[in-house]
Each structure stands twice: as structure tokens, then as C-alpha cells.
Design a protein around this ligand. Structure first.
Ligand code: MN
Length: 250
């Protein structure tokens, strides 16, 4: 029986990053694409519960959905591929990094959170640039990590967040297993006046910096390494839990 891989993203069904990923993953298994019909970046883990979802079947293995990345993975696993449950979910290749706090907002990572919630090993792949994408480099490493996960699996409730520096393959220095980094949020709100004289605000106008945390995903990618961060869906702070328990004991 062959391996089935569900590919999704948050940049939408027409993204070149999605094509590059699907293409390279075909070398290890049967690839199904279920992706949003338009860009859904920063959609986070939104699930559409209050409206119907429409699906366009582009081919027997490619579906476009008018929903979020989370909708796509949920609908794929519980509906479209119900009798062909995927062995793996891979999301990307995102046009842009998902480092540090980005994970909280990322639609790319959310697709893999949904896969993980549904009990399927999942990998998020992002390319750290806004233009001139080296998709070849990203798909090379996406395949490498995919092969690892197919061989070894992942712990229950844990996904891999992979970020690739935008470099020619031979310039990448290697892979670093990292921890989630931390961005510095500056004055990231741009305030302006629209053509009708009304104030508007734009979030995330500034280029943001980051804290110099040892072995963080951000530092690794900025130094030319592929960053692989294991992310747990269990967000409990166990160290604080113990203290809180003592503090709140009456
Ligand atoms: Mn995106």
C-alpha cells in the first residue's frame, strides 16, 4: 500500500510554493492537494462553523476550498479523503517565514495543527523571503524532513515547523534543530487617513526585530541554516502549573 500525503497551504491553491511541494512529495507517495481557493495567510487556526464550505474538484487528487487552511485539512481528513486517510500532512511551501511568534498567527502552521489534532504526523514548510523564491532549496529540505518523519513518525501532539533560508541549495549551511524564537514588536501599527477622510489602521507596517535567544529558529535561519522546531499542541506551562497549584491552595 502506498503512502498518502495531504498537501495544503495558506497562500492558496494557485501558489507556486504549493506546486513545488506537491511535485517533490510525489516521489515518496500519493499526493492529494486540498487548499484554500485564495490567500489565507495569517488566518490562524480559524474553522468555519457558521457557513457552508464549497469545494471545487479540480482533479481526482486536487481540491480547492472556499475556506481556511484548517477547514481544508479538517474537510480533507473527515470528508473528501475519509476512506483514504492520509499518513502525513505537509503544509506549504509558504511564501514567507513562520518564525518565533509567527506560529501563533500562521495559517501554514495551523494546517499542521489540525493534522496533528486529527492524529496525523504533520510538517509545516516555509521559505524565509518575500520574493525571488528558491523553491528548489525548500522542496529539497521538505522532502528530506518528510522522509525522516515517514521513517520515524512524530510524538503524539507534536508537529514540525520547518523554515528554510532563501539561498541556493549549495549555500545552505545545514539543518539546525531549534526552539521557537521571540520577535520584538515595535510600533507596528500604521495610522493614516483614507480618501474619504476617515482614519484607518494597518497592522504590521514595520519590519520587526527579534530577541537574541540562543538556538532559536530565527537565529538559525538568519545564519543560513534550515530550522526545524518541534512544536507541541499542549500549551500548558507545566513549571508554572506546579507553582500556581501551591499559590492557589486554600
Ligand atoms: Mn502564507
Amino acid at each position: 500500500m502506498s503512502i498518502r500525503i495531504l498537501v495544503s497551504n495558506d497562500d492558496g491553491i494557485n501558489s507556486a510554493g504549493l506546486d513545488a511541494l506537491a511535485e517533490v512529495l510525489k516521489t515518496v507517495g500519493e499526493v492529494f492537494i486540498v487548499a484554500p481557493d485564495r490567500e489565507q495567510s495569517a488566518a490562524s487556526h480559524a474553522l468555519s462553523l457558521h457557513r457552508p464550505l464549497r469545494v471545487e474538484e479540480i482533479s481526482e487528487t486536487i481540491y480547492s476550498v472556499d475556506g481556511t487552511p484548517t477547514d481544508c485539512v479538517n474537510l480533507a481528513v473527515n470528508g473528501l479523503l475519509k476512506d483514504k486517510k492520509p499518513d502525513l500532512v505537509v503544509s506549504g511551501i509558504n511564501k514567507g517565514e513562520n518564525l518565533g511568534d509567527d506560529i501563533t498567527y500562521s495559517g501554514t502552521v495551523s494546517a499542521t495543527m489540525e493534522g496533528t489534532l486529527l492524529g496525523i504526523p504533520s510538517i509545516a514548510v516555509s521559505l524565509a523571503t518575500k520574493n525571488n523564491f528558491y523553491f528548489e532549496t525548500a522542496s529539497y529540505y521538505a522532502l528530506l524532513i518528510t522522509k525522516y518523519v515517514l521513517r520515524k513518525g512524530l510524538p503524539e501532539g507534536t508537529l514540525l515547523n520547518v523554515n528554510i533560508p532563501n539561498l541556493p541549495k549549495e549555500k545552505v549551511k545545514g539543518i539546525k534543530v531549534t526552539r521557537q524564537g521571540k520577535r520584538v514588536y515595535g510600533e507596528a501599527i500604521v495610522e493614516n487617513i483614507d480618501p474619504r477622510g476617515r482614519k484607518y489602521y494597518w497592522i504590521g507596517g514595520n519590519e520587526l526585530g527579534f530577541l537574541d535567544i540562543e538556538n532559536s529558529d530565527i537565529i538559525a535561519v538568519h545564519n543560513g541554516y534550515v530550522s526545524v522546531t518541534p512544536i507541541k499542541l499542549d500549551l500548558t506551562d507545566y513549571a508554572f502549573l506546579d507553582r500556581l497549584q501551591l499559590d492557589l491552595k486554600i
